[in-house]
Design a protein around this ligand. Structure first.
Ligand SMILES: [Zn+2]
Length: 275
């Protein structure tokens, strides 16, 4: 190799590698794009309608406080629950459903589902599906990736199961701060007809979140917005569940639940991991 070609190779190769890494990082964190399958961060509509969503619960105290605010305003929301938390708080998960809210799958252990094997990711989804069915969820179960992270394997598995990946376009970032003014203004500045709004009812106690949710609902109501569940929002946007794939997913979740009741499988409470 002559000197010029060697210099081009020595400079170009790390630059290409860096570009690829930056591209993968951007892809993993995009709320509005994935390589395969269906991803929705909002829906196209001119109607003043939004979906409020809460992640990482159910958590005693915080989830109940959120339910109280929603009930007072007569608002239905969607809760993307973590399987481990459903296992610890089955009655609370069932109560959220009984109060008319939608429950979605937010993985079993809330690991980032990138650079993980297909079997690990499949177990994370299926175990939580089974738990959601056990607390009463019927029909299509929507999925949201922990931290919104995905690359290729997760979208591929979701596509195989005919599953929709639900992200968000109006984000409070209430996992970073509990400053009520900041949380409120972040949502109000980005919300528009068809938006999916993100708050958290899991993790540590979030008094700022509770106040911000109350204020956001009041301000959006004053602007004549309606609140619907994510599935209702998708329907308003002309996106409907595929009955066939829904039935197939439900049947697989039932088989998994049956196997899990017989005391097997990875990721169970005896500490076996799915890798
Ligand atoms: Zn989360």
């Amino acid at each position: 190799m002559n000197r010029k070609r060697w210099i081009r190779w020595a400079v170009g190769t790390p630059l290409v590698a860096l570009g690829l890494l930056v591209g993968l990082w951007q892809l993993s964190r995009s709320w509005s794009f994935q390589l395969l399958g269906e991803l929705y961060d909002r829906v196209e509509t001119t109607e003043k309608v939004v979906a409020l969503t809460f992640d990482d619960g159910p958590r005693p105290g915080q989830t109940e406080a959120v339910l109280g605010i929603l009930k007072r305003h007569g608002v239905k929301a969607s809760f993307f629950m973590v399987g481990e938390n459903i296992e610890r708080n089955r009655e609370l998960a069932a109560r959220v459903l009984a109060e008319g809210h939608q429950l979605g799958n937010h993985s079993y252990s809330h690991h980032r589902l990138i650079f993980k094997s297909p079997s690990f990711i499949r177990e994370e989804i299926d175990k939580t599906d089974a738990l959601l069915r056990e607390v009463g969820v019927e029909g299509e179960s929507l999925f949201r990736a922990p931290y919104g992270k995905k690359l290729v394997v997760l979208p591929w598995l979701l596509k195989q199961g005919g599953r929709k990946h639900i992200t968000f376009d109006a984000v409070s970032r209430d996992d970073e701060t509990q400053d009520v003014d900041l949380l409120t203004s972040r949502v109000m500045e980005s919300v528009r007809p068809g938006s999916i709004i993100l708050f958290h009812d899991g993790g540590r106690n979030k008094p700022g979140t509770l106040q911000a949710v109350d204020i956001v609902i009041g301000r959006l109501r004053a602007q004549e917005y309606r609140f619907v569940t994510v599935s209702e929002l998708l329907t308003l946007g002309g996106i409907t569940p595929a009955a066939e794939t829904t039935a197939r997913t439900a049947a697989r979740a039932r088989r998994r639940a049956h196997r899990s009741r017989r005391g097997g499988g990875c990721g169970d409470r005896r500490g076996r991991r799915c890798r």
